[in-house]
Write a protein that binds this ligand. Sequence first.
Ligand code: FES
Length: 512
Amino acid sequence: MKQDENHATFPQFPESYWLASTDIPSFPKPSEDIQVDVAIVGAGITGITTAYLLSKKGLNVAVVDAGRILHGTTGHTTAKITAQHDLIYSEFLSHFGKEKTRLYYEANRDALQFIRQTVEEYHIDCQFTEEDAYVYTCADTHVEKIADEYKAYKELGIPGRYVEQTPLPFSTKAAIMMENQAQFNPVPFLRYLANQVIQQGGKIYEQTTVAGVEQGNPATLNTSDGYKITCNHVVSSSHFPFNDPNALYFARLHAERSYVLAVKTDRTYPGGMYLSAETPKRSLRSVLIKGEPMVIIGGEGHKTGQGICTFQYYEALEKFAEQTFGLKEIVYRWSAQDLYTLDKLPYIGQELSDVSNILVATGYKKWGMTTSVAAALLNTDLITRKESPYRDLFTPSRFHADPDIKTFVTQNANVAKHLIAGKLEISYKKAEELQQDEGAVIRVNGKRAGAYRDPQGTLHLVDTTCTHMGCEVEWNEAERTWDCPCHGSRYSYQGEVIEGPAKKALGKVESE
Ligand code: FES
């Protein structure tokens, strides 16, 4: 389906408002070997905040990113800063008990407080506003779940209220509200922190892939350009961990994509941040774009590389916007990728239990604004104080029989299914049948190949075998990318890596 013919109201290409509205400085590649106290791989909210905290404490840091800073999930979030992570507390109480669930809440509450205090103290202009957060339901099937969550709030001492009707302009059956949460534009906030890293003597490098790490004390990172970064500690904050020696993250994480629209509406937005308890998920918040109030609508999550025609997800959000608020204009559209762990708790801390100087932070589900800051605070404590009250809760080497085993089996059966299905898939489409701005799996010289004809008519051919572990990538028509259904690697239409775990580009294919 060609979106410019059938979806005239959509911007033709995805673009995040957060990135489009903020000038971000560029940073060089390394031009020599580097020696620092801490090397941080990945310059999203986790990496930049960790670098800020450590450099403020006087440590010498270097942050290295494979692309541009803040251009991963951080730049594509809905940017809600809240400890209300869907209906998580009643579930966590039953799996992990009261003490650990309370710690999870406190880690995220403290992360919100860190952002609030930093914005206030340094007068950072980033559209930070306090909002109440709601999880609501319009379905009878979910009323009891909301009631259970409210019971969990009371047991844990979380400030909140149970209500039947939210301020939204449609009727709801039940909702749970968490007071005084917040929203912002993360990019100017993090641009401030990145500037502070530089002021505090730290270094930031872009367009630099870390090819591997030599464990030891000090540890050594090898960059793709042949330089070495020697350091006492390594922090992996590259979304999917850049280094997976024996930790098997590819089998313990799965990737999901979701979609976002920023829209002008007929009806006035009532304030607050909202999430539906039932699927399809609907996430709502307000935003000011060039001084004009607009609504951000997110939702429609699915496993990466396993979606239907991806433009249909944007269309579903468009329909919801029209029905709920009256749609005047879609100003921006973008999508995000999130990683899920087996037990829904993030992996933060020592990557391997017997290697104390390589730390990791990943698996935030869709709640990266607070969890990333909680991760930065925790890893900073582990590096500087060797201790933290959250160490055991988030340790990546934990294992819970329930729910880890069940999720592990389901998830890896899904990977095996896609590994085989991709090899058997037959495509009869020919390159000459592709219209401009259309991509598809085709056959070239009898073999599966990925083809995209760009708006100028040039055909781009790639080998569709993912360079991570050999699954077959699928075309994502809304984003013009090749996405892997197994562990979520993504590639541009020319085959370059956009998201790991893959590190190598897709192979090239010569046309017939
Ligand atoms: Fe693992 Fe593609 S991401 S095989």
